[in-house]
Design a protein around this ligand. Structure first.
Ligand SMILES: Cc1cc2nc3c(=O)[nH]c(=O)nc-3n(C[C@H](O)[C@H](O)[C@H](O)COP(=O)(O)O)c2cc1C
Length: 359
């Protein structure tokens, strides 16, 4: 089967106009945690992608660890997202919302009243986080989640997925990468719990697998994708020797649940340790289904990965920021504009919706 980056693809039941995915990117433009017109304009401009995965979006007030990130738990948020899904679907893209609970990566100053920083344990994340109220602050000290908190968070993810479908999304991506709540449970160095949610790999994966199972039964497994970052060190995730075998095992569990896709992150182009080829190959072998690879791709590398059978879809992150018409530019061999990191996370249109398309 030919896997041309620019040709349509059928992934499960999802018909994609090409194999290019816009990677999830937090942009902090959702004032009051609600995506407004500006956010719809931004995603609409990028609807050349076969599949768009939105920025990390919290299914609960407790998961809004960063300032101005969106939620998907209130009627106002759903109405805002409806504008986004209308804009991208009019452009021919499919769109999944990334469900992200920030866990211990957060600060009370960023959370709505009554919300709190929660974690697998009460160990605070090292380092600092931006707050609009008081600038950089040490990460908040999380409250270790109780059984009731865990049942609540599972219910929140399921409701978030139902809300997403009602707002017009084609599906959800569960963010189990980059050191946020779900990876905080997966990581054995951080997750020192002694109950059914810590210890063995089965226990540490319980939260992700339970959310996957229940979300799949609520909206359909073919509408649930999972993002993973084996070997990732972002947000103070410590390395551990069993990482490759554990992720291959996890990939097999997710394959059994017949999820829409697995989305693997390799952040070595951003200075992180590389994900060994052997790990990617072990996951590819264990996961029978659509595999997305992300991290530092250009057209040639993307097509080579498709040709070699290493992936079914390729996600591009930073190139989409400054090139709303990225797909056309890649296809025509047009030059790519460079994004300005100074406006990655700032409010307003500058560095967000004002990057022009060519011609
Ligand atoms: C500004 C910015 C925000 C990001 N936010 C998220 C996010 O919300 N969720 C996520 O899973 N990854 C996030 N990422 C990581 C990207 O999805 C992607 O994995 C990374 O940029 C590597 O791909 P690239 O080399 O094509 O940029 C973010 C990256 C950037 C640059």
């Amino acid at each position: 089967m030919s896997r041309d980056l620019f040709r349509p693809a059928l992934s499960h039941n999802l018909e994609l106009k090409n194999r290019i995915v816009m990677a999830p990117m937090t942009r902090n433009r959702a004032l009051g945690n609600i995506p407004q017109d500006l956010v719809a304009t931004y995603y609409g401009q990028r609807s050349g992608a076969g599949l768009i995965v939105t920025e990390g979006t919290s299914p609960s007030p407790n998961g809004l660890g960063y300032p101005r990130i969106p939620g998907i738990f209130s009627a106002e948020q759903m109405a805002g997202w409806r504008q986004v899904t209308n804009a991208t679907q009019a452009g021919g893209s499919k769109i999944f919302i990334q469900l992200m609970h920030t866990g211990r990566i957060g600060h009370s100053a960023n959370l709505p009243p009554g919300a709190e920083v929660l974690g697998a344990t009460s160990e605070a994340a090292p380092g600092e986080i931006w707050t609009d109220a008081s600038g950089m602050q040490p990460h908040g000290t999380p409250r270790a989640m109780t059984e009731a908190d865990l049942q609540q968070v599972i219910a929140d993810f399921v409701q978030g997925a139902i809300n997403a479908r009602n707002a017009g999304f084609d599906g959800v991506e569960l963010h189990s990468a980059n050191g946020y709540l779900l990876e905080q449970f997966l990581n054995p160095v951080l997750n020192q719990r002694t109950d059914a949610w810590g210890g063995t790999k089965e226990n540490r994966a319980r939260l992700l697998l339970e959310i996957t199972r229940q979300t799949a039964s609520a909206i359909g497994a073919d509408r649930v994708g999972i993002r993973l970052s084996p070997h990732g060190v972002f947000n103070s995730m410590a390395p551990y020797p069993e990482v490759e075998t554990e992720y291959a095992w996890l990939a097999a569990q997710l394959a059994e649940l017949k999820v829409a896709y697995l989305h693997l992150v390799d952040h070595s182009p951003m200075g992180a340790p590389p994900v060994p080829e052997a790990t990617k190959a072990a996951i590819r072998k264990a996961f029978v289904g659509t595999l997305i690879l992300c991290g530092g791709y250009d057209r040639a590398r993307a097509q080579a990965a498709l040709d070699a059978g290493q992936a079914d879809l390729i996600a591009f992150g930073r190139p989409f920021i400054a090139n709303p018409d990225l797909v056309e530019r890649l296809q025509n061999g047009s030059p790519l504009a460079d994004p300005d990191p100074a406006t990655f996370y700032t409010p307003g249109a500058a560095g967000y919706t004002d990057y022009p398309a060519l011609g």
